[in-house]
Write a protein that binds this ligand. Structure first.
Ligand SMILES: Nc1nc2c(ncn2[C@@H]2O[C@H](COP(=O)(O)OP(=O)(O)OP(=O)(O)O)[C@@H](O)[C@H]2O)c(=O)[nH]1
Ligand SMILES: [Mg+2]
Length: 446
């Protein structure tokens, strides 16, 4: 531990020489250095201080210890030298590898997935979020359990021990299974409550737009600026874990729901991604996705490719999407060449036919008017058209609906009625059908 109580960590990555050739070439990949760079951000997001980064070139992974005995001795010296508390491996460790490494290094050993789960555990705020993280941790931990209980309690708290308490670790498998069963049941209960809420939400015909993107892309900053909410934004990764939903009014006066969701990251086991069902439902049920990319990141194109991959895995690959190229304020070339920027980010990734791109800055608000107009243009649901209504003056509430949910162009009063010319979403038009005196085709997609 450092004087400020932070854990000291050593990061270990393996550069598998043979690997690159086997991977499909159309998906931009992270180099081992870039990958460790990301692991460093994750470690720091979990509150650790990174003392040293070790990359080992190998032709094959060692089944027993991943890195082989020579490197293991070197690592022991480094642990002693830095007084390190934790060794973080960039690759996924098998339960055997993890046990062997912990024994021979006499130190806490975690892989990337466990590190991410630990960050999730410290960020979850809602009951559902906490339940699903604990469940994911227990499932990941179960095969790695033997002999670890003693060691974990000796090492005390810190990364990898948050979430399910130490006591669970010291109990036998049967009790863990029991806990998993109990958590699953409770989670089911929480979820059926949410489904009811969702149905209630859907009885009002509002379209949902979901913000998706790699962690730290600026989704929550954009969300706050668009909705006036105050969701936590942070330079650390995975600031958002639980989805938040607010409504916004588009320039066409259509009211829609916007939802902020958990960030994606590469190499997260799909089972884990699926554990975040609340987020996934927001994404798969959305009418439009705002795919937020941090264009200032040197890894923007790899991150974008990864987000496309996850969207395909969860069955949202055909949802219309706008590529929101965020943090444009940090670009030296400024906002002049949006098309070039989109090409650079999409790189060799297949440019989806239904996507359009726009550069914005969630920090300064630049590009927001254009973004809102683009959302209006891309949102097929509840199209807006021009119409004239004659409302009895006694029906004040109908006039109120028009002012709230449509764009009123003119209002003319006669003795007992009021003629309103407006651009109205279809849902509102249907509701006021009896009072319609003139209508023309959709004006949204001009
Ligand atoms: N310069 C600049 N920084 C930005 C912009 N948008 C967001 N940021 C910063 O980027 C960091 C991440 O922003 P968030 O909004 O928390 O990102 P997120 O995508 O919600 O991240 P997670 O919830 O962790 O997945 C914060 O430090 C923001 O202040 C932008 O347009 N320009
Ligand atoms: Mg966020």
């Amino acid at each position: 531990m450092t004087r400020t109580g932070q854990e000291r960590a050593i990061l270990v990555g393996v550069d598998l020489k043979a690997r690159a050739r086997k991977l499909p070439s159309d998906i931009p990949q992270f180099s081992p250095e870039e990958s460790l760079d990301e692991l460093k951000s994750l470690a720091e997001s979990a509150g650790a201080v990174v003392e040293e980064i070790v990359i080992q070139a190998r032709t094959a992974l060692d089944a027993a210890t991943l890195i082989g005995s020579g490197k293991l001795d070197e690592l022991k010296d480094l642990i002693r030298f830095h007084e390190a508390d934790t060794v973080l491996f960039d690759s996924e460790l098998t339960p055997t590898q993890q046990r062997n490494l912990e024994r021979s290094l006499d130190s806490k050993v975690l892989d990337r997935t466990q590190l991410i789960l630990d960050i999730f555990a410290s960020r979850a705020r809602t009951r559902e979020g906490q339940l699903q993280v604990e469940l994911a941790q227990l499932n990941y931990m179960l095969p790695r359990l033997t002999g670890r209980g003693v060691q974990m309690s000796r090492l005390g708290g810190g990364i990898g021990t948050r979430g399910p308490g130490e006591t669970q670790l010291e109990t036998d498998r049967r009790r863990i299974y029991g806990r998993i069963k109990k958590l699953s049941d409770e989670l089911e209960g929480v979820r059926s409550g949410r489904t009811t809420q969702r149905r209630q939400r859907q009885s009002v015909p509002l379209a949902t737009i979901a913000l998706v993107g790699y962690t730290n892309a600026g989704k929550s900053t954009l969300f706050n600026r668009l909705t006036g909410a105050e969701v936590l934004t942070d330079a650390r990764m995975f600031a958002t874990l639980d989805p938040t939903v607010r409504h916004i009014l588009l320039p066409s006066h259509r009211k829609v729901l916007l939802s902020d969701t958990v960030g994606f990251i590469r190499n997260l086991p799909t089972t884990l991604v699926k554990a975040f069902r609340a987020t996934l439902e927001e994404v798969t049920e959305a009418s439009l996705l705002l795919h937020v990319v941090d264009v200032s990141s040197p890894h923007a194109s790899q991150q974008t490719a990864h987000v496309f991959k996850v969207l395909a895995e969860i069955g949202a690959e055909n949802t219309p999407e706008i590529l929101v190229m965020n943090k444009a304020d940090l670009l030296s070339e400024g906002l002049h060449d949006e098309h070039g920027l989109a090409q650079r980010i999409l790189g060799e990734t297949k440019i989806r036919g239904n996507s359009s791109a726009i550069a914005v800055s969630a920090r300064s608000g630049k590009g927001f008017d254009e973004l809102l107009a683009l959302i209006d243009k891309n949102l097929a649901l509840d199209p807006v058209s021009h119409a004239v209504f004659r409302l009895p003056t006694a029906e004040g509430s109908l006039l109120h609906i028009l002012h709230e949910r449509a764009k009123v162009l003119s209002t003319r009063y006669t003795d007992d009625s009021c003629e309103v010319e407006a651009e109205v979403p279809e849902s509102v038009r249907k509701r006021l059908e009896p009072f319609l005196i003139e209508a023309s085709p959709s004006a949204t997609s001009e």
